[in-house]
Write a protein that binds this ligand. Structure first.
Ligand code: 3HC
Length: 282
């Protein structure tokens, strides 16, 4: 089986990045959003990112135009029916994801693979509402998708060798490096990243150092591209809290327990870059 057409469900920050890298790799891409305004916003994000890639010499104008010509937006899930692979990148809500997986399972051809870009939710639970558990896996991208070179594959106890083989072929065609993890909350990256980010909030909360000094220490002392509080603003405090809560729920390990400050900042609407204010102002 060869993947020719890719469906993406959700055109938010992650979904639009996934659409972009698939279109740049030459796949026909259909992306579905829930309303016109979110779809227009998402497709505009793809256009802006391709423009940036051209400005940075990462793509020619012709390649960017070609990529755009491969992308079609829709509000109707049924328009994804002839896709060979669908990557779900909708909101991090299990009920919503199960609804999407069940609907797609009824629409797609028997050979098609169903994937989720979830960072914390159980892939096996999504597979459980389909009749194609062997063709379900996690394909976890990192933000910003066009720049970050990694894909984390999440293999459940149902995912077949053949599905993993096709997924690897697909990942390689996007130019990404791939790792495989079992279906456990956080997989590899977030299992290590989330306790680290939560600890940074705890240090700030207890007044060990200023936010700038915490970030500078890690950025220059460990050569990370961003310090942890800047990274929290970048990922989104709400997203981080959501992942931490999901991991704590499963593991009951205090390393994943969100510090009070993080929860209160989210309640106060300080979500990071997306809301204009988090640990820093934007
Ligand atoms: N397309 C292609 N390439 C692009 C691009 C685009 N749209 N936009 C930028 N680039 C390239 C640039 O040309 C540059 O490449 P070069 O190093 O070869 O010149 C490189 O990407 C960096 O771009 P910028 O110069 O614009 O930006 P910065 O140097 O300031 O880096 C950053 C920005 C890449 C976001 C960097 O700060 C970084 O890596 N931060 C950490 C990001 C991170 O950790 N992400 C993971 C978050 S966790 C996650 O996603 C998991 C989830 O489950 C929570």
């Amino acid at each position: 089986m060869e993947i020719k057409k890719v469906g993406v469900v959700g055109c938010g920050l992650m979904g639009s990045g996934i659409v972009e890298v698939c279109a740049r790799a030459g796949y026909d891409v259909v992306v579905r959003e829930v309303d016109e305004s979110l779809l227009a916003k998402g497709l505009e994000r793809v256009r802006a990112s391709l423009l940036k890639a051209v400005a940075r010499g990462k793509a020619t104008q012709e390649q960017a135009d070609q990529a755009l010509s491969h992308i079609r937006g829709t509000l109707d899930l049924a328009d994804l029916a002839d896709c060979d692979l669908v990557i779900e990148a909708a909101v991090e809500n299990m009920a919503v994801k199960k609804e999407i997986f069940a609907a797609l399972d009824g629409l797609l051809a028997p050979h098609a693979i169903l994937a989720s870009n979830t960072s914390s939710l159980c892939i096996t639970e999504m597979a459980s509402v389909t009749k194609r558990g062997d063709k379900v896996l996690g394909i976890h991208f990192f933000n910003p998708v066009p720049v970050m070179p990694l894909i984390e594959f999440v293999r459940t106890i149902l995912t077949s060798d053949e599905t993993m083989r096709i997924a690897r072929q697909f990942g390689a065609s996007l130019g990404k490096t791939m790792v495989v993890a079992k279906d456990t909350p956080g997989f590899i990256v977030n299992r290590l990243l989330i306790p680290y980010l939560l600890d940074a909030v705890r240090l700030y909360e207890e007044g060990l150092a200023t936010r700038e000094d915490i970030d500078t220490a890690i950025q220059l002392g460990l050569n990370h591209p961003m310090g942890p509080l800047t990274l929290l603003d970048f990922v989104g405090l709400d997203t981080t809290l959501y992942i931490a809560d999901a991991m704590f729920e499963e593991y009951k390990d205090p390393r994943f327990a969100a510090p009070p400050l993080l929860r209160r900042m989210v309640l106060a609407g300080r979500l990071g870059r997306k809301s204009g204010k988090g640990f820093y102002e934007y």
